[in-house]
Design a binder for this molecule. Structure first.
Ligand code: ATP
Ligand code: MG
Ligand code: MG
Length: 368
């Protein structure tokens, strides 16, 4: 089997390396910030330049879209060993990403470029409520400003963003859903069921899979993700975030990698998204996917590890990172026989999690 290199030193690459190790395959990680190679699941850091590192691996994947400005992104986008090269040339800039969706005729929130400061007022006039998004570099709601209908745009640093942002129509969605799927170099594809996601302050708090009442939307979601993966000639796992509005799916954004809303697959499916990603790259034929009962994934955000969690149903995945407000430091998966059982399990978690999680439970836990 080919050794696979994953670029990025975070938890997503580590979870890929763990999945690979269980199958006797090898995924090594390169941390571009520290310029070190992390072999397999080890944290023994070997100093190396990225040029040297890239030379050694026949298959290169990524755990994120943006890299330090060292020429690495451009080099990857040009390398035929990088299975995400098409995605890296298109996805990191929201202008290119939205232009691709429009070109493919895939529904997405209507949008305009924010090139000049006046474009913001024009978009408010056209759309009513708007969402301003930096073209690149944003995540977990950073680089995003949501302004409801009639709201004040004063908080948007429009001068600073002019030429570097887009403005979208604010979508009055019924719910947020995502799909995670894989494509191998032969063009075979495989998909998990649609997942429902709850965000607070731009950060994913809770996912539930399979999303209830989503069977009619599943073929539409699969078709959209398949077309995007084909367009980008992509191999590995990719995710698409959607807004559901009037029974239709609008694409919010594309993540060309394993995705937080797919973390439930660790306990909620026979093969996790990390297994699937490694299989797609290692030439293991894509196989059937058996999904277990309803599964919830709770993000552990800005909180120290608490042994009380272990008294509750569910499996904790802790990333071993330093704890900072708003930082994702782990997640917990709960699987149950029924939605009622899952609801009870989640209530128990609400007692031992910091503020923010109750908001989701109190306002949204119809689990629909
Ligand atoms: P991620 O961490 O998922 O990469 P991000 O920082 O790239 O997030 P988005 O996913 O674009 O940002 O937006 C964050 C959240 O803001 C969305 O999940 C959604 O709740 C809300 N949002 C974004 N765009 C819109 C929109 N056009 N209409 C309504 N809500 C929106
Ligand atoms: Mg994003
Ligand atoms: Mg998002």
């Amino acid at each position: 089997m080919n050794r696979v290199l994953v670029l990025g030193g975070g938890q997503l690459g580590l979870m890929m390396a763990e999945a690979a190790a269980r199958l006797g395959l090898v995924v090594d990680r390169y941390d571009p910030e520290r310029a070190v190679l992390l072999p397999g699941t080890s944290d023994l850091a070997v100093p190396i330049t990225w040029e040297e590192c890239l030379e050694r691996y026949p298959v290169i994947t990524v755990e994120r879209e943006a890299f330090p400005d060292t020429g690495l992104s451009a080099r990857l986008a040009a390398s035929d060993r990088c299975v995400a090269r098409g995605a890296l040339a298109t996805i990191p800039d929201r202008f290119d990403q939205k232009s691709m969706l429009d070109r493919l005729g895939i529904p997405t929130a209507p949008w305009r470029l924010l090139d000049r400061v006046e474009d913001l007022a024009a978009a408010v006039g056209e759309f009513g409520g708007v969402v301003v998004k930096a073209r690149s570099g944003g995540y977990d709601g950073r680089g995003t400003w949501i302004i409801g209908e009639g709201g004040d745009t004063g908080a948007v640093p429009a001068e600073e963003l002019a030429g570097r942002a887009i403005v979208e129509k604010k979508i009055p969605f019924r719910r947020e859903l995502s799909i995670v799927g894989a494509r191998n170099p032969a063009g075979e594809t495989l998909f998990y069921p649609l997942t429902r996601n709850w965000h607070v302050d731009g950060i994913l708090r809770l996912s539930l899979a399979p999303a209830v009442a989503s069977a009619a939307l599943q073929p539409q979601a699969e078709d959209i993700l398949r077309r995007i993966m084909e367009e980008l000639d992509y191999a590995g796992v990719m995710a698409v975030e959607f807004f559901e509005q009037d029974g239709e799916l609008l694409v919010n954004e594309i993540a060309p990698r394993v995705h937080n809303s797919g973390h439930w697959t660790h306990e909620g499916a026979d093969w996790s998204q990390f297994d699937l990603h490694v299989h797609a790259l290692a030439g293991v034929p894509l196989h059937s996917l058996n999904v277990h009962g309803p599964t919830a994934m709770v993000n552990l955000i800005g909180t120290p590890f608490d042994q009380a969690w272990l008294q509750h149903p569910g499996v904790v995945h802790w990333y071993g990172k330093s704890v900072r407000p708003g930082r994702k430091v782990g997640h917990a998966n709960l699987t149950a026989d029924s939605l009622d059982g899952l609801r009870q399990g989640l209530r128990a978690w609400a007692d031992v999690l910091p503020e923010g999680f109750e908001k989701v439970l109190d306002s949204e836990l119809s689990l629909g």
